[in-house]
Structure formats: structure tokens, C-alpha cells
Write a protein that binds this ligand. Structure first.
Ligand SMILES: Nc1ncnc2c1ncn2[C@@H]1O[C@H](COP(=O)(O)OP(=O)(O)O)[C@@H](O)[C@H]1O
Ligand SMILES: [Mg+2]
Length: 413
């Protein structure tokens, strides 16, 4: 478990070392929801020794267990019992599974180089995971539907408490930019995709209880890609108006009537990121032409038995040769630091939150997390994200995702 910690140190040496250090995170990121709040009050002001982060037997035991991942088709065809037995089964699965997954992530935080792991923002996220582990692990065994409902209450609170984790990681790692990029990339790929998986499972459980038409839990049994795209094009148009006083136009083509079972949640993260990038490039590259003369962003949908592909083509000048290999790195952005300050400390992020209750869409640009996170999500979902830059003209982004209807292999959540 200690392998990879503080490269250059022997693991036992580091272990002894960290025990003597007292770590006091400067920020506590826990939400204000009632029972988590109670937990937080009890914990508050207790000085954190490094042992709190690094030595916890229950976490070590859970981290040693394997995770049990399900295919969306298993979830889709799991069946529904009139007495609610399916709800009970689903909560019992989560009760076994979530502490294991969270313990794996905590083990990941522990393998970060010591200087990075001590960054106050990263340490606070680490602490949030430890708290979540204990809250879930100490929940009494689920035996009835009533227990399952109580467990759902805890899940809701945890989803809320963790909603800003990506933003916190983005700002924490920005402060550590000069450290080993590959190692940080692997840590973030794993942490963010695992977080996506946990959120999908938790939201699925909650949606099974509050049944929505046309859905089995989080799976929309006939998701219309065009509707999801239209929603995010509108969102990005509003954001561009706010940021630049003008917006690019979007044109849809290809299989615009395609509809099939899918999970919208990851698309609600990936699509706004790709569309914001295309809109920013278009608007900044064509700053001197009338808005109506700006070339539209063309989105093409292709659907087939195995997967579906969304291509977003902009005429925003392309990605310069020198940046082609770095745009996929976490925290790489061509935004200046002043632009970051404007966006994150002005009224802008408030506007984004208001416009997007799912709070997934973030500011127009600046963190350098849009592309790497989208690619990690797409690969986690059995697909991929590829860029083709035609320098001097524009960029084509191909998002490829596998179907989840069970006809072909898909992925495991
Ligand atoms: N469609 C595009 N056209 C030109 N440059 C792009 C495009 N998409 C991404 N980029 C470049 O890649 C960088 C990283 O993108 P991203 O990961 O979304 O971070 P951010 O948008 O926060 O800067 C951007 O800052 C921009 O320079
Ligand atoms: Mg971006």
C-alpha cells in the first residue's frame, strides 16, 4: 500500500516521519446537511495527526477487498419486484460496495508524493473521503425497506457534500503543477472515474426509489442524443453571451433522431466541456467579424449497433502544433491567471450554478480539466475521445461511446 509514496524515501521511513507531523487542513469542505454536519461538529477542532490520514485499520481492511463492478445491462434488466425487493437488493449491494471503493481512493491519496498530499485543498478532499468512508461503513446492516430509505438519505447528503470535489482537485493540483505529471494524471484519472462510478451507482439507487417515466434508475431507456445536445448548446450559448457578449451558433447533422438506452449523467459532464471549448475557440478566433458571420459549430451524430459517435467541428483556428500534445494534460489551459481570477471570484460561477442545477458545467474555461476529464470518462465508459486539429482552420473532436443495451460488450460501472 505504501509503494510509490514519496519517491526516494523508503516506505517505513516515510511512515515514521509522517506520524510525527501534525496536519491541519485550512479548509473543511463538508456540506451543511444535517447528519453530516453533526459528524463534522464532533470531528471539528480535533487536531489531525498524520496517523488520522495514514493509519486506519477499517480503511486498510476495506481497501484490501476487490470492487464488484456491474454492467449497465445487468442494472437495466435486473427486474423490479412489486414488494420492493429490488430496492433492498440494490441498497445491500451499495452497502457492501461503496466503502470498498472509497477505501481504494483513500489508498490512492496516500500514495501521492508527500508534498502534494499535504496541500491543504487536496488534504481536505482526502478528509472528505475518510469521513464518507466512516459514515457509510458505520451504517447498520440494511434489512428492510425502511433501512433502505434511511440509507438513501445518507447517500443524498454525501452526493451533496462531494459535489465540488472536481473543482477542489482542479485548484489543489494547479498549485502542484510542477510535480510529476504522469503520476498526477494517473491519480486524477482513477479518482475522477471512480467518483463518476460511485455517483452513478448512488444516483441509480436514488432514482430507483423515485421512479421517473421512461427510466430504469439512471438509465434513460430511450435517450434522444439530440435533446441532450440541444440542452448543452443552449447552456453554452448563454454562458458565451455572458462572458463575451456574443455566442457561436450550433448546427446538428447526421442521425439526429437517434434514441437508445443510455446514462445521461456522464454526457452532462462531457458535452458542456467540449462545446465550451469549441465556442471559446470560435468566438476568440473570429473576434473581428459580426456574430452572424461567425462560422457555426457543426455537430454530427453517428449511431450504429456497437457504439455512437458525436463529432464536434469548429472553425476556431485549431490547436497550435506546440500544444497538441499537452491539451490533454490536467491543468493545461491557455487561459491566463488573470482570466482565472475573474471567472472564479466574480459573479460568474454563481451564474453557472444557477443555470445548471447539476453543477457539472463549471466556468467557460480556465482549470484545464475539461479535455483530460472528458477523455478519462469516455474511456471509463468503454469509448474514447480524439482530437484532430487543422491548424489555421479549426478542430474536430470525436467522442465515441459504447451502447449499454447488452447486445455487445460495454463497460462496468
Ligand atoms: N476546440 C478547440 N480549439 C482550439 N483550442 C482548444 C479546443 N479545445 C481545447 N483547446 C485548447 O486546449 C486547452 C485545454 O482545454 P480544457 O482541458 O478544456 O481546459 P480549459 O478549457 O479550462 O482551458 C484550452 O485551454 C485550449 O487552449
Ligand atoms: Mg475547456
Amino acid at each position: 500500500m505504501w509503494s510509490g509514496v514519496g519517491r526516494g524515501h523508503s516506505s517505513t521511513g516515510l511512515k515514521q516521519n509522517v506520524k510525527r507531523v501534525r496536519l491541519m487542513p485550512t479548509k473543511r469542505l463538508v456540506s451543511s446537511t444535517p447528519s453530516i454536519h453533526r459528524h463534522q461538529r464532533e470531528e471539528r477542532n480535533r487536531p489531525r495527526s498524520a496517523a488520522f490520514y495514514y493509519n486506519q485499520k477499517t480503511i486498510d481492511d476495506a481497501a484490501a477487498k476487490p470492487s464488484v463492478r456491474l454492467t449497465p445491462a445487468t442494472i437495466l434488466y435486473a427486474g423490479k419486484n412489486s414488494d420492493g425487493a429490488h430496492l433492498l437488493r440494490s441498497s445491500q449491494y451499495l452497502q457492501r460496495e461503496l466503502p470498498v471503493r472509497i477505501a481504494h481512493r483513500i489508498a490512492g491519496f496516500r500514495t501521492l508524493p508527500f508534498v502534494i498530499g499535504c496541500n491543504p485543498t487536496i488534504l481536505s478532499v482526502h478528509e472528505l473521503y475518510i469521513q464518507a468512508f466512516h459514515i457509510l461503513n458505520e451504517f447498520p446492516e440494511i434489512q428492510s425497506l425502511e433501512d433502505s430509505r434511511k440509507y438513501n438519505g445518507i447517500l443524498r447528503e454525501l452526493l451533496d457534500a462531494h459535489k465540488d470535489v472536481v473543482t477542489h482537485l482542479a485548484s489543489g493540483f494547479r498549485e502542484c503543477r510542477r510535480y510529476d505529471e504522469d503520476l498526477i494524471g494517473q491519480f486524477l484519472d482513477r479518482t475522477l472515474t471512480s467518483r463518476l462510478g460511485i455517483r452513478m451507482l448512488a444516483m441509480h439507487q436514488l432514482s430507483l426509489h423515485d421512479e421517473q417515466p421512461n427510466h430504469v434508475g439512471i438509465i434513460n431507456i430511450s435517450m434522444k442524443v439530440k435533446d441532450v445536445l440541444t440542452k448543452w448548446c443552449d447552456f453554452v450559448s448563454h454562458l458565451s453571451q455572458y462572458k463575451y457578449g456574443r455566442s457561436a451558433t450550433f448546427k446538428l447533422s447526421g442521425h439526429i433522431n437517434a434514441a437508445f438506452p443510455y446514462i445521461q449523467l456522464p454526457l452532462d459532464y462531457i458535452l458542456p466541456e467540449l462545446l465550451k471549448n469549441a465556442a471559446r475557440a470560435t468566438i476568440e478566433y473570429h473576434g473581428d467579424v459580426l456574430p452572424e458571420d461567425m462560422p457555426p459549430i457543426t455537430i454530427t451524430i453517428a449511431n450504429n449497433d456497437v457504439d455512437f459517435i458525436i463529432r464536434i467541428s469548429d472553425r476556431g483556428g485549431g490547436i497550435p502544433h506546440g500544444n497538441v500534445n499537452t491539451v490533454m494534460h490536467y491543468n493545461f489551459s491557455t487561459a491566463t491567471d488573470e482570466e482565472n481570477m475573474d471567472d472564479h471570484h466574480g459573479g460568474f460561477s454563481g451564474m453557472v450554478e444557477a443555470a445548471n442545477s447539476a453543477q457539472t458545467a463549471g466556468p467557460m474555461y480556465g482549470f484545464g480539466f475539461g479535455l483530460p476529464t472528458s477523455r478519462a470518462y469516455a474511456e471509463y465508459l468503454g469509448g474514447g475521445l480524439h482530437l484532430q486539429s487543422m491548424q489555421g482552420i479549426g478542430t474536430d473532436v470525436y467522442l465515441r461511446l459504447r451502447h449499454v443495451d447488452g447486445k455487445f460488450d460495454s463497460f462496468r460501472i
